[in-house]
Design a protein around this ligand. Structure first.
Ligand SMILES: NC(=O)c1ccc[n+]([C@@H]2O[C@H](COP(=O)([O-])OP(=O)(O)OC[C@H]3O[C@@H](n4cnc5c(N)ncnc54)[C@H](O)[C@@H]3O)[C@@H](O)[C@H]2O)c1
Length: 321
């Protein structure tokens, strides 16, 4: 807790603050009266000026312990991860290290503080078994890829530290989220960037895609970080919340929507090497629990988000000409 002008402000330390979500979560917390400190391997443009930055590899046990001891945060949110399912197939061991051992380093360090911070871990919809209908928190967990397995393992440890040491640990299973700033190795930024570059070239062009039949639940990242704040403020540690839009669209429908922003003729080429080894046909979030308990509902439509992302890439592409 920090005193500023007679007001006591809670301090949040965000690991993985230099990533895509880090910037949005920092903004959300600062706008709601928190002092935000961030850590990541290195400083990136996602670290806001108002965020104190402390470089640290979460696999460095001693450095993580020293950082948490020195900063004495009220809350820790761990966003640091190997965050892509695709990448996790190529580096399963590193995925387990960062996503599980990294979380354990944070838990062990936090456990030693006199006043233990409250911690939020970010799971994923990838923890659930594939389902042909909407996925609620009660759906069985049984991930089918290295990323999902690492998140399930992280969650088991969170549960263990809660029970064994009485730690206040919040756990959330978000579904896909996107927005300006997400790396274009992810599908929606990739579609938006390719379409915008064709538009700015003034000539017809080709978009390369993977499996377009998959139906996914995509949210705007700003809705997701609002949910994280509401969960932290709820005091409801010890329970798990899904966060997602409750709507699933096929990637084909989404791509057609993006192509409609464009004035140039676009050919779509399916690259088999963009297919994942296992690709779940439907991912759809049932978010009734967070809605009924915390009043959270999505405020953004994914189609408005796509328009913003497309416009962003169009401006970038014109700037780079
Ligand atoms: N974006 C999504 O659709 C989505 C969906 C579900 C869950 N999540 C989870 O949300 C969290 C944030 O996602 P994001 O999209 O911002 O991911 P991101 O990849 O943009 O950011 C992750 C950050 O972790 C950092 N990191 C990786 N290894 C590290 C290490 N050894 N030490 C310190 N930092 C390290 C990276 O440098 C990066 O800045 C992740 O846990 C991700 O798995 C994201």
């Amino acid at each position: 807790m920090i005193e500023s002008n007679g007001l006591f402000m809670k301090k949040v330390l965000i690991f993985g603050a230099g990533g895509f979500v880090g910037k949005y979560l920092s903004e959300e917390m600062i706008n709601h009266g928190y002092v935000v400190e961030g850590s990541d391997m290195q400083k990136t443009d996602n670290i806001l000026d108002a965020v104190g930055f402390f470089p640290c590899n979460i696999l460095d046990t001693e450095k993580v312990a020293a950082l948490i001891q020195e900063r004495q945060p009220d809350y820790i949110v761990n966003l640091a991860a190997i965050s892509s399912v695709g990448a996790s197939w190529n580096m399963p061991a590193m995925t387990m290290s960062v996503n599980v051992v990294g979380a354990l380093n944070i838990l062990e360090a936090a456990k030693k503080l006199q006043k233990m911070p409250e911690i939020m871990f970010i799971g994923s919809s990838e923890e659930y078994v594939p389902s042909s209908s909407a996925t609620s928190e009660d759906t069985e967990l049984n991930a089918n890829n290295p990323y999902g397995i690492s998140k399930m393992t992280q969650e088991k440890f969170a549960e263990m530290y809660r029970q064994r040491y009485g730690m206040r640990i919040y756990y959330v299973r978000p579904f896909n989220h996107t927005g300006i700033g997400q790396r274009d190795s992810f599908v929606l930024p990739s579609f938006c960037r390719q379409a915008a570059e064709i538009e700015s070239s003034g000539k017809p062009g080709t978009i390369h895609v993977g499996n377009l039949e998959a139906k996914r639940d995509f949210s705007d990242v700003r809705d997701i970080v609002r949910a994280y704040r509401l969960i932290l403020e709820s005091g409801n540690y010890g329970t798990v919340y899904n966060v997602g839009s409750g709507k699933a669209y096929s990637l084909k429908d989404i791509l057609n929507h993006i192509i409609a922003f464009n004035n140039q003729k676009i050919d779509v080429v399916v690259d088999e090497d963009k297919y994942r080894p296992i690709d779940t046909p439907l991912v759809l979030c049932d978010y009734h629990k967070i809605k009924s308990e915390l009043g959270w509902e999505p405020q953004y439509s994914i189609f408005d988000t796509l328009k913003e992302m497309y416009q962003y890439y169009l401006q970038q592409s014109k700037k780079n000409k």
